[in-house]
Design a protein around this ligand. Structure first.
Ligand code: HAX
Length: 424
């Protein structure tokens, strides 16, 4: 059975050679330029990062290694991790090997539980999640091997070790945070026979007689896994790891970016918005009521959460996947109905409002309603689930970065007066 380690040992040298040649032949060719607006505007659209795991096409949405995400919705998150890293879906043997490897690494050390048990229970779940990952830095094989002086060409191997251990432990960490933070009772032990996503569902302890919540967790983990290299979480993780900080430091940092309201926290803002609508109108509003509410929100200077995107210019296919799931599993749920009504109303309003470059729903517009349907009503927790999934992408990108010997990030900054001089 070929392991992920063996597969990468095969792939990385050829890829490294391809990049070396590209730099040798075309190292001075220009692939992007930066306008003043971009320099002050979050470097939007500036092509200055390499990411081979996935691509976000403005008119198509997320492609994982070239495959549209909507064609991957029936895959397991473990398969997606393998795909992100290698460019291929694993065959049955390779999947089994990866799943076994993850099972062998999933036990969270007691010192981590001691830290969780000692934290105040009103700390935000994302803070707990990021902190526990940071605490596990103590176990970093990469940090240890680096101290021992391994060669640069071998960096990726202990990074992969750390990544697999981290991924294996994330479901138990997330579930334990949920149970502690929201008084759900003691931690639930992992079940050896369950796949990674179903095990997360099991350890969260949500009642799931039909296995639909486990299906949702698998889907959720697939959809949120990666979104190319420039989003705040992936880019932060990449930047921190480029200093050869180990995966625990880097993923914890990436998650701190994910915790922002314009990024991963948007899913909880979205549900808050939907529930505010439901409260105000005592159920599903009419299209007119919803439209008035949306205009009030916009006129008060707030954004409509779950709508708009820095790159996308169409309905996010990840939203479509979640909506399809909702239409199958909970079409009559009031909260889901409001999400659907927003989908049919907001784009026209945002077009008329005339500001948002993308008036369509992003992934965060629908995910909260589905979690809410299954009784997970603690929306402060939602970004943790996003984080478990996004770690798959951040870590694949990180392993490849080390495997391909990428340099420390150090773009040049300039002052406002320098810009003024340039343009005058
Ligand atoms: N409602 C109202 N106004 C919006 C808007 C929305 N949903 N989306 C964008 N705009 C406004 C912006 O605030 C901006 O206004 P100003 O010129 O006054 O500053 C203007 O439209 C242009 O912005 P943009 O170029 O379309 O969008 P950006 O690339 O700057 O920002 C955001 C993209 C996702 C941050 C933005 O669309 C937004 O705030 N959306 C709502 C929050 C949200 O859903 N975030 C989740 C994004 C998905 C994600 O990354 N998840 O992790």
């Amino acid at each position: 059975m070929a392991s992920l380690q063996e597969k990468l040992s095969e792939l990385l040298p050829a890829k490294g050679e391809e990049i070396k040649q590209l730099i040798q032949e075309y190292g001075n060719r220009v692939i992007s330029e930066v306008t003043v607006k971009q320099a002050f505007g979050g470097a939007r659209g500036v092509k200055m990062l390499i990411c081979d795991t996935s691509l976000v096409e403005p008119n198509q949405g997320l492609l994982i290694r070239g495959t549209p995400v909507l064609d991957l919705v029936d895959k397991l998150p473990e398969e997606i991790f393998y795909l992100l890293l290698t460019g291929e879906l694993p065959n049955a043997d390779a999947l089994k090997t990866l799943q076994k490897d993850l099972k062998n690494r999933e036990k969270v050390p007691q010192y981590v539980w001691d830290v969780l048990d000692a934290t105040a229970s009103d700390i935000h779940p994302m803070t707990m999640f990021s902190a526990l990952i940071l605490i596990m830095q103590r176990d970093s094989v990469f940090a240890q091997k680096y101290r021992e002086g391994i060669p640069k060409t071998a960096y990726w191997e202990p990074v992969l070790e750390d990544a697999l251990t981290l991924i294996a432990r994330l479901p138990a960490l997330a579930a334990a945070i949920y149970r502690k933070r929201f008084d759900k009772g003691p931690r639930i032990d992992s079940k050896p026979e369950l796949d990674w996503g179903a095990n997360l569902a099991h350890m969260l302890g949500i009642a799931d007689p039909r296995g639909e919540f486990a299906d949702l967790m698998r889907l959720y983990m697939v959809l949120h896994s990666d979104h190319e290299g420039g989003n705040v979480s992936a880019h932060t993780c990449h930047c921190v790891a480029s200093a050869l900080s180990d995966p625990y430091y880097a993923v914890s940092a990436g998650l701190n970016g994910l915790a922002g309201p314009l990024h991963g926290l948007a899913n909880q803002e979205c549900l808050r918005f939907v529930l505010a609508l439901k409260d105000k109108f005592g159920g599903v509003p009419t299209k007119e009521q919803l439209s008035d509410f949306a205009w009030e929100t916009l006129k008060s200077g707030q954004v409509i959460p779950g709508y708009g995107h820095a790159v996308l210019r169409v309905t996010d296919p990840r939203f479509t996947a979640l909506r399809n799931f909702g239409l199958k599993v909970c079409p009559d749920d009031d909260v889901f109905k409001i999400v659907d009504l927003l989908f049919n109303t907001i784009p026209e309003i945002l077009k008329e409002h005339g500001k948002a470059a993308d008036p369509y729903p992003n992934v965060d517009a629908g995910s909260g309603a589905l979690l809410h349907h299954f009784g997970m009503k603690e929306f402060d927790f939602y970004t943790v689930l996003f984080g478990v999934s996004r770690s798959l992408g951040m870590l694949s990108q990180l392993i490849l970065s080390r495997g391909l010997g990428e340099a420390i990030e150090r773009p040049k900054s300039v002052s406002t007066s320098w810009v003024k001089e340039q343009v005058s």
